[in-house]
Design a protein around this ligand. Structure first.
Ligand SMILES: Nc1ncnc2c1ncn2[C@@H]1O[C@H](COP(=O)(O)OP(=O)(O)OP(=O)(O)O)[C@@H](O)[C@H]1O
Ligand SMILES: O=P(O)(O)OC[C@H]1O[C@](O)(CO)[C@@H](O)[C@@H]1O
Ligand SMILES: [Mg+2]
Length: 778
């Protein structure tokens, strides 16, 4: 039967892009839909939502509807998926896909962006592969004419990975996985308190039918005693092994036990490992009072964390770009994240590699299964094992290779400082090194190193640091003071307390401190030791890395604050909140928060603020509110970094808006201040802190056996660990200090995120700035 409705013409439009969410819902999916819709419109395309996943495509009609700019307002701060999702049986079969193809053509949709998990993208890949055959069949069966299908010969399809499971190969993170991990961590942190009180054991089941990412990361970020993953089942002898590890932890004084079991966990013979089985072992063998908690769907619920909002937004925008750049020969891409870089990878290959993991598991080839997950996964597994099992004789170094490692926190507190320290301590102990905490930064060391009975230089035991994975702030105390306050005493202390390596955790002051120590090596032999700085600051302004631990915790705190303000502003109607963010002279926090909440405008120190900018933004607000008839939930947020301008303070901007609004709308000020340091660190900060902590100590070990002069002569002996693009690497401090540092403004010379400001502006519909003398052309 020929279609009743011919494909609508796309006069003057480049493309008609369909977007859908499919499979299990995941926090952040709404952000992806918002980005696709708004970016499509901004790029002169039409955007259509396909409701209820593939079900909408198979059924067509009203389930495929055009989306306007305002239809996605507020999407960023909503959990689940507002356009619905489904697990669609019909699409699994060819007749269902035939209907789907027909509906796409009837609706004139010539590009499809699908946000879903491994199953949804497998379906997308199948659809893409069958497309020419489906069109032929539609013509053959006279459901469509040859002319009708002609413009749709090449299926333009792009995948976005949205799933809490993080189970697609070739991407480090899927939209939703960090939000889900956040829910798990919150729950385990809560359970921790009650477990500790009763000295109980808890067996916690987390989601992940075929993938252990959530279980592993939950283990790393909560310091669980044992984890079970489908990719890497425990040894044949796991029951005894698990009991022995847990017994040892108890013998060392631990009052609680947490075991995390992935829903898809099994042993090496693929027999399911159930929480009940684990509980029975803990009860019968170790006599522990044990409870089971199955977290279930709370893991999928709730609003998205900052990272997922950012990921969803950037990937959604990238997907539209990929649609527009596609040629008939371009393989369909899936948008991936590799460390800190958005990349397009071939959908076909990503799906194939994902299936290979399942095949390797089914064939009991677990090494291959682990190898097929991304490199990050194996590193986290290693970090987890080294920092958890206390008795691993094979890891211990011979006596002469063991070091006394000083650990110091410098600067303001940042989420993840304790987790990094815990990992470093556990690593040191596993290898036979002695971890020595230098309390309260350099001023603590200088003034209180030999206080009696408790000086600032203290060896740390496993039990001391064991509970630090989830603790916010700094357990060993942190301070902005620099070693130059009294370099001679610092050098003397290193000599006196036999500090043979230094692991520094902190922000720009930590960076400056290591720079000072490195330069003072000419004067003091005791400073000719390997030193690593792990950047940790809410401001994310440390040169040598694109990511400092603590910045993710800060963004989460900030978006929580902004969501509350937006809710208030939207409810009161016609209200603008001007919110002042931290970040020093770096606009990172303001910009990323702006991206995550859909800010109306973001003011950064890099661009400054000028009167033309304010005039234009206020005009835009006026125009926006003049169209508002009161039914719009139109709360607006402007983010202003604390150092964006000396003249245009947060208060002044809010007053200008109030004045210029002439009663049409009003403004309020919000200053979250130190709330931005957060309480408990975010899971991303915790897991990266652990991974980078272990890597830092491994880097330090490269210098074992070298003479003092050899160490001093090696530029890598004072280095900073960081993420640069798609890589995690160490950079020599000397190089970074001399080439990558803007010392005056205390930030990297080249800030990777500057390009993101355009995305914030485009997606909020902010008018483009005309170049003025103080906004130089890029
Ligand atoms: N092999 C396949 N062929 C065709 N369609 C498929 C295939 N696998 C999955 N799909 C389609 O994708 C939908 C979602 O797949 P699935 O239920 O596996 O969820 P997912 O996308 O993997 O998400 P998650 O696992 O995160 O919940 C299925 O209901 C089906 O419509
Ligand atoms: O209740 P549902 O929708 O079947 O989902 C459960 C499954 O979905 C997932 O959460 C992925 O979204 C799996 O980890 C889990 O097994
Ligand atoms: Mg899946």
């Amino acid at each position: 039967m020929a279609p009743i409705e011919p494909p609508p013409p796309l006069s003057g439009k480049k493309r008609r892009i369909g977007v859908m969410t499919s499979g299990g819902d995941a926090p952040g999916m709404n952000g992806a839909v918002r980005a696709v819709v708004r970016m499509s419109i901004a790029q002169n395309c039409e955007a259509y939502a396909i409701y209820e996943g593939y079900e909408g495509l198979v059924q067509g009609g009203d389930m495929i509807r055009e989306m306007g700019w305002e239809d996605v307002r507020g999407f960023l701060s909503e959990g689940g998926t507002l356009i619905g999702t489904a697990r669609c049986k019909a699409f699994m079969e060819r007749p269902g896909r035939l209907n789907a193809a027909k509906n796409m053509i009837i609706k004139g949709i010539d590009a499809l962006i699908i946000c879903g998990g491994d199953g949804s993208l497998t379906g997308a890949d199948k659809f893409r592969g069958e497309w020419p055959g489906l069109l032929e069949e539609l013509v053959e069966k006279k459901e469509l004419t040859a002319e009708q299908v002609e413009p749709f010969k090449h299926l333009n399809i792009v995948g976005l990975v949205g799933s809490i499971d993080n189970d697609l190969s070739m991407t480090d993170a899927t939209i939703g996985c960090y939000s889900s991990l956040g829910r798990i961590c919150e729950s385990v942190d809560c359970i921790d308190a009650t477990a500790l009180s009763h000295q109980r054991a808890f067996v916690i089941e987390v989601m992940g039918r075929h993938c252990g990412w959530l279980a592993l990361m939950a283990g790393v970020s909560t310091g669980a005693d044992y984890v079970f993953l489908p990719e890497n089942p425990p040894s044949e002898n796991w029951e005894a092994e698990m009991c022995s590890i847990i017994k040892r932890h108890r013998d060392l004084g631990k009052r609680k036990t947490i075991v995390i079991v992935a829903e898809g966990a099994h042993d090496r013979n693929l027999r399911k490992i159930s929480p009940l089985h684990v509980k029975t072992l803990l009860t019968d063998t170790l006599r522990l009072d044990t409870r089971i908690t199955t977290l279930g769907h709370v893991q999928r619920g709730g609003t998205a964390c900052a990272y997922d909002r950012m990921l969803a937004t950037l990937q959604g925008a990238e997907a539209v770009k990929a649609v527009l750049e596609a040629t008939p020969d371009t393989p369909s891409p899936v948008i991936c994240m590799v460390e800190n870089k958005i990349e397009r990878r071939p959908l076909l290959q990503a799906v194939k590699q994902t299936h290979e993991v399942a095949e390797a598991i089914a064939a009991k080839d677990f090494d291959r299964a682990m190898g097929l997950r991304d490199a990050e996964f194996a590193e986290y597994w290693q970090a987890y094992n080294i920092t958890t099992a206390t008795d691993q004789p094979q890891l211990r170094l011979p006596e002469e290779k063991r070091l006394r490692v000083g650990i110091i926190h410098i600067g303001a507190p940042a989420g993840g400082m304790n987790a990094a320290t815990r990992a470093a301590v556990a690593y040191c102990l596993a290898r036979g090194h002695t971890p020595v905490a230098l309390h309260n930064g350099f001023p603590g060391l200088i003034r209180h190193h030999d206080d009696k009975p408790l000086g600032a230089v203290r060896e740390v035991s496993w039990l001391d640091a064991e509970g630090w994975a989830s603790k916010g702030g700094s357990e060993i105390g942190t301070n902005r003071g620099l070693p130059s306050e009294d370099m001679a005493t610092v050098a003397m202390c290193f000599e006196k307390y036999k500090i043979q390596a230094l692991f520094a955790v902190g922000g720009f002051e930590a960076f400056t401190s290591i720079s000072e120590l490195r330069k003072a090596r000419d004067q003091y032999e005791s400073l000719k030791i390997p030193m690593v700085i792990l950047p940790a600051t809410v401001s994310n302004n440390v040169p040598g890395t694109e990511y400092s631990i603590g910045s993710d915790t800060c963004l989460n705190a900030l978006i929580q604050y902004c969501d509350a303000c937006r809710q208030s502003a939207s409810s009161s109607r016609r209200r603008v909140f001007v919110i002042e963010t931290q970040g020093g002279a770096s606009g990172y926090i303001a910009t990323l928060a702006g991206l995550s909440i859909g800010a109306f405008a973001v003011y950064t120190p890099e661009d400054g603020i000028n009167i033309k900018m304010l005039d234009r933004d206020i005009d835009h607000l006026r125009e926006h509110f003049s169209k508002d008839k009161g039914q719009n939930r139109a709360g607006k947020i402007i983010l202003r970094n604390e150092k964006a301008s000396k003249t245009y303070t947060t208060e002044i901007i809010a007053s200008m808006i109030r004045e210029e609004a002439r009663g049409r709308f009003e403004s309020r000020v919000g200053v979250p201040g130190h709330f931005q340091q957060g309480t408990t660190p975010s899971p991303m900060d915790r897991v990266r802190a652990a991974r980078f902590g272990v890597k830092s100590l491994q880097h330090i070990e490269n210098f074992i056996g070298k003479s003092k002069d050899e160490i001093a002569d090696d530029p890598m002996s004072a280095s900073v660990i960081g993420i640069k693009g798609a890589k995690v690497l160490f950079s020599s401090m000397k190089y970074v200090e001399e080439n990558e540092t803007d010392w005056k403004d205390r930030r990297p010379k080249d800030e990777f995120w500057m390009g993101l400001k355009d995305v914030v502006d485009t997606l909020s519909g902010r008018p483009k700035a005309l170049p003025t003398p103080s906004t130089p052309k890029k």
